[in-house]
Ligand binder design. Structure first.
Ligand code: HEC
Length: 158
């Protein structure tokens, strides 16, 4: 009896180890996915900031440059999401990431905010291409910024 209990305890331990450990191939894949999504976000930030600086009067407004950045953010907006793969979240395997593990549990809501970014960025791009005035652009840029913020508030660990 005793021996059997021990064997099944060992079996359970072995099983849970098999479930939590990742092979080095998987771990490389996870690290690549993290690098990928962080790089896309860096690129998004690179193009978002000058638009915000222009509309806040910190740098001179240049319609052509604005248009370029609006284009880029819109192009990049649907790219980060495929990098959010299983086991790639903060605290899971010691990789440097601030992506909350809540993303895996709330993927539907996370995707909704991701789609909101795609839509708001595309609206901004269209308005900019149609030479909208700065007030309109500011309203649309602030909607893009709200998508960034609401996702970071919920799913990016400090
Ligand atoms: C649907 C969710 C979501 C949206 C929308 C979103 N982000 Fe993020 N962002 C994240 C998460 C999660 C991380 C953490 C990624 C990581 O560390 O693996 C992140 C990280 C970043 C980073 C840091 C990248 C790095 O190298 O660590 C920047 C910069 C950034 N986001 C900018 C933006 C900007 C600008 C917007 C809006 C135009 C935006 N994000 C919209 C979820 C989002």
């Amino acid at each position: 009896m005793k021996a059997k209990a021990l064997t099944s305890a060992l079996a359970a331990t072995a099983m849970s180890l098999a479930m939590t450990s990742v092979s080095s191939a998987d771990s490389e894949k996870i690290e690549d996915a993290i690098d990928y999504r962080q790089s896309v976000f860096t690129a998004i930030g690179y193009h978002f900031s000058p638009m915000s600086d222009m509309l806040r009067g910190e740098i001179e407004f240049d319609a052509e440059r604005f248009d370029h950045h609006a284009n880029r953010v819109s192009e990049l907006a649907d790219m980060p999401w495929e990098g959010f793969i299983d086991e790639s979240y903060d605290g899971q395997h010691g990789f440097k990431t601030t992506a909350s593990a809540k993303i895996a549990d709330d993927r539907g809501h996370f995707n909704e905010i991701a789609n909101e970014l795609v839509t708001t960025a595309s609206d901004l791009e269209a308005a900019s291409a149609n030479d909208a005035d700065m007030r309109t652009l500011a309203g649309l840029l602030s909607k893009v910024g709200s998508s960034c913020k609401s996702c970071h508030d919920d799913y990016r660990n400090k």
